[in-house]
Structures are given as C-alpha cells and as structure tokens.
Design a protein. Structure first.
Length: 193
C-alpha cells in the first residue's frame, strides 16, 4: 500500500512537471502608441541626427512567470519615418536610402534569446530592410513591469544596437551620412486579456 501511494505521488509530480514543461508561451502585444523605434545617424559623420520609424505591429512571447522573452517579432513602416525635416525625410524615403516605393517594411524576427538577467540579455534575430536580411544582436533589458489602471499586465523593454547601413545595401552618400547607425527601442507590451 505504501509503495502504491509513493508511486502515485511520484506520477502526479511527474505529470505536473510535464504540464509545466509543455505550457505554451503567452503572446504579449506591443502597444505602438506607447512604443518608439529611434535611429541616430551622423551628418557628415559628425553631428547626430535623430529620427523615428513607427512600429506598426509587434509581439513578445513570454513563458509564464518570466520577463525575458522567448521570441520577439516586429514590423515597422519606413514610409512614415520622421526626422523633423521634410526635405531630409523625402531623401531618406527615396531610392538613395530606404526606397519605400518598393520596400517600405522593416521586419525583425528573433532567432534566439541569450541571458537570464532581466537587466541585461541579448535578442538575436534577422533584420530585414531595403530588401535585404542580416542578423543583428540587440542589447536588451526589462525597464519595468506592473498593472495598468485598468488592471492589465504590462511590461516595458529597452533595446539597442548599432548597425552598418551599407550591409543592407544603403551605400549612398557616405560623406553626407555616416555608415554607422544607432538604433534604440522603448517597447510597452500588454499581457493577454
């Protein structure tokens, strides 16, 4: 009887562990109104010029009880970029740079997440823009988490990376715009309803 009871308890524990292991990650939806994607390039390689590109849609997948994502995806619209100068914005949208007439979408899809510290982990993934895809590694952190006044779970992330724009075929004007571009993101994600 004691052996049967012990075996039953062991099976129940194993079953509970299997359920936990088999639990599917939750999808958190990024709120584009309260999220920003910002880029900084240097005019003549000297003066920083800052612009933003709207995040059209994005999601973060989280295991229950964890703040570090298991997957991240995002789509931005380069046709709506803004550097607070119409002439410059027009040039950036042209075939000289983003060529939004044929490739307006910028996409990021994670391939792996590295690290266990919410204050410093790495999101590795494929960045597609200007019709080309190359891997990047974003330095990321959890900024804060909590509940909205309406009781919805929310979490905020920060992430940054420096890229060489010429890798994505944007080789125009190296004397006018530096090749090195800093990208920074501040993301608010809402938990499942």
């Amino acid at each position: 009887m004691k052996t049967t009871l012990s075996l039953t308890c062991a099976l129940q524990k194993l079953s509970g562990a299997s359920t936990a292991l088999g639990a599917q990650p939750e999808t958190w939806t990024v709120d584009p109104v309260h999220s920003t994607a910002q880029f900084t390039a240097r005019h003549f390689g000297i003066v920083p010029v800052i612009g933003t590109i709207p995040i059209e849609q994005a999601s973060v997948r989280l295991n229950a009880g964890s703040q570090i994502p298991v997957a991240v995806s995002a789509m931005l619209d380069a046709s709506k970029l803004d550097t607070h100068n119409d002439r410059r914005d027009g040039d950036l949208r042209s075939a000289h740079f983003f060529n939004v007439a044929s490739t307006p979408e910028i996409r990021f899809v994670s391939t792996k997440i590295e690290g266990t510290d919410p204050k410093h982990f790495t999101i590795v993934g494929d960045l597609t823009m200007h019709g080309e895809t190359h891997p990047v590694a974003l330095n990321a952190q959890v900024i804060a988490s909590g509940k909205s006044p309406r009781g919805r779970s929310i979490i905020a992330y920060g992430a940054s990376v420096t890229i060489d724009r010429t890798q994505w075929g944007m080789t125009y004007g190296p004397l006018i715009v530096g090749n090195s571009v800093d990208i920074s993101l501040n993301i608010e994600a809402d938990g499942p309803a």
